[in-house]
Design a protein around this ligand. Structure first.
Ligand code: FES
Length: 157
């Protein structure tokens, strides 16, 4: 009865921000991996901003924390090291290049395939970086690998 607005204890736990690391450390290393409620995520620090997303690529589970970041169409993207899929850091959208068949000579345009990789909210508080899982009731392609490779039992150790 202490928290009348919350739904269930499990729900509170799954939504709670999780400490990911020290702000200074992540700014220096530019990326870290963390477990957020049994979910493996990667936190990037890129050009002055923090981003967090599921660590395993939605396509086939590639290790996004080992990818390069490139600007694609003005949006910073992680390039999956396995098959070079491009995923926007800010929204987790998959990008690909579309050729207009009626205009074969035109430069292919980047287009969004929609949100494929689950992103998470990053907050910085007093030198500490926290990741808050996004709404898990809305499914996302990367959930499959997040579930397959989830850390289990780490809190029991
Ligand atoms: Fe990431 Fe295929 S696993 S592009």
């Amino acid at each position: 009865d202490l928290h009348s607005s919350v739904e269930t204890p499990d729900k509170v736990k799954a939504d709670a921000p999780v400490y990911a690391g020290k702000e200074e450390d992540i700014k220096q290393s530019q990326r870290i991996t963390a477990s957020v409620h049994d979910r493996e995520v990667v936190v990037f620090y890129h050009e002055g901003k923090f981003y967090a997303m599921d660590r395993y690529c939605y396509h086939a589970g590639g290790p996004l924390h080992l990818g390069e970041i490139e600007d694609v169409n003005g949006q910073p993207c992680i390039i999956c090291p396995w098959h070079k899929y491009k995923i926007t850091l800010a929204t987790g959208e998959g990008l690909d290049q579309a050729v207009n068949p009626t205009e074969p000579s035109a430069t292919p345009k980047w287009r969004s395939k929609g949100i494929k990789q689950r992103t998470h909210k990053v907050t910085v508080d007093n030198g500490s970086v926290y990741v808050t899982p996004s709404d898990l009731s809305i499914s996302c392609d990367s959930d499959y690998y997040a579930d397959k490779y989830k850390k289990t039992g780490s809190s029991d150790m």
